[in-house]
Ligand binder design. Structure first.
Ligand SMILES: Nc1ncnc2c1ncn2[C@@H]1O[C@H](COP(=O)(O)OP(=O)(O)OP(=O)(O)O)[C@@H](O)[C@H]1O
Ligand SMILES: [Mg+2]
Length: 313
């Protein structure tokens, strides 16, 4: 059966089946567990927030997870990698005077681009309405990624908010991070697009683990059911593990916060969604340090975490 066309039929057929037992950890997962470092460690971890489909909450998760990590005391940068259609700055009420295009043109350094956001978060803004940024070539993607290696003071966490779709702007940035968070909501198109992105990242970029976050769901049961739908299909067809990493409820407070150009974790820290982001941040901070050595691709902080890299496969 063709994977993409058969997916939707399989997904609906799977809804009522019992959940499978927790998979046996692979050797890779086991060694990750063994190498888990204490919470006080200083690392440079890049995490892409992706999803395939538009409007599933990628930017919302990137902004609120980033700010939650920052509130928890970590140094956090948020790169708006939705090049040409930037909206992180709008979501946070920031007014950037420069964007990533100025960095590429050599008109400023990455440090000069950094925009302070509430609660200590630092934002690297993408340009909005700049067609050129939506069509970057691989050399330009690599230049942006490498610019982070030159930071005198690298962050503990770099969150990368990616665009919708499967363009190079998405895959290049996602493949250059050590972790990919896949934001999925309970809609068939979200599941099929998430599967499509997982397929490309695993098949073409050697990504072996994806962290799924269910967004706009009612409860944990619905979130886990969504994860099962995706994981069962990818277990069958793809060489990648999709972990369940958390869920964010549908929350009117979150929408109100967006309308007020604020992060809900800043404006209403006791709201349901803010508490979910706090929990997600704690989960993320417990992830074992990434195993980057030996990857033959360009990576954020590659010089700090891996000995040698080339161009993507
Ligand atoms: N947990 C939630 N509860 C309620 N509304 C939500 C939630 N998450 C996201 N939204 C709503 O969904 C809209 C789209 O979210 P967001 O912009 O984060 O999606 P996106 O995946 O980044 O979209 P794009 O692909 O266009 O960049 C937001 O404006 C917000 O109103
Ligand atoms: Mg977005």
């Amino acid at each position: 059966m063709d994977q993409a066309s058969g997916l939707q039929r399989m997904l609906s057929a799977m809804v009522d089946r019992p959940a499978p037992a927790t998979p046996t950890p692979t050797a890779h997962q086991a060694s990750s567990l063994l190498s888990a470092a204490p919470a006080s460690r200083r690392h440079c971890r890049a995490i892409a927030v992706a999803g395939g489909k538009g409007g599933v909450g990628k930017s919302t998760v990137a902004v609120n997870l980033g700010m939650s990590l920052s509130i928890a005391g970590h140094d956090v940068m948020l790169l708006d990698a939705d090049m040409g259609l930037a909206n992180v700055d709008v979501m946070l009420g920031l007014t950037p005077s420069r964007h990533i295009g100025h960095l590429l043109d050599g008109h400023c350094t990455l440090e000069e681009l950094l925009l302070p956001a509430p609660r200590g978060l630092q934002v690297v803004p993408a340009g909005s309405g700049a067609r050129r940024l939506a069509q970057l070539d691989n050399g330009e993607h690599a230049a942006i990624i490498r610019a982070f290696d030159e930071l005198a003071r690298p962050p503990e966490y770099l969150l990368v908010d990616t665009a919708a779709g499967l363009s190079d702007n998405v895959t290049m940035f996602a493949a250059a991070t050590s972790e990919v968070i896949l934001v999925v909501c309970d809609e068939p198109a979200s599941l099929t697009d998430a599967y499509g992105l997982t397929k490309v990242l695993s098949r073409d970029f050697g990504v072996r683990r994806i962290r799924m976050v269910a967004n706009m769901v009612r409860n944990e049961g619905d979130a886990r059911a969504l994860h099962q739908k995706l994981a069962r299909v990818s277990d069958r067809f793809l060489d990648v593990v999709i972990d369940f990493s958390g869920w964010v409820p549908h929350d009117e407070r979150l929408r109100q916060a967006i309308r007020r150009q604020s992060a809900v974790v800043d404006l209403w820290p006791s709201s349901h969604s803010a508490l979910a982001f706090k929990k997600l941040a704690a989960t993320v901070d417990r992830w074992a340090d990434p195993e980057c050595a030996g990857l033959d691709r360009i990576a954020f902080f590659g010089d700090r975490t891996a000995p040698a890299r080339g161009m993507p496969r």
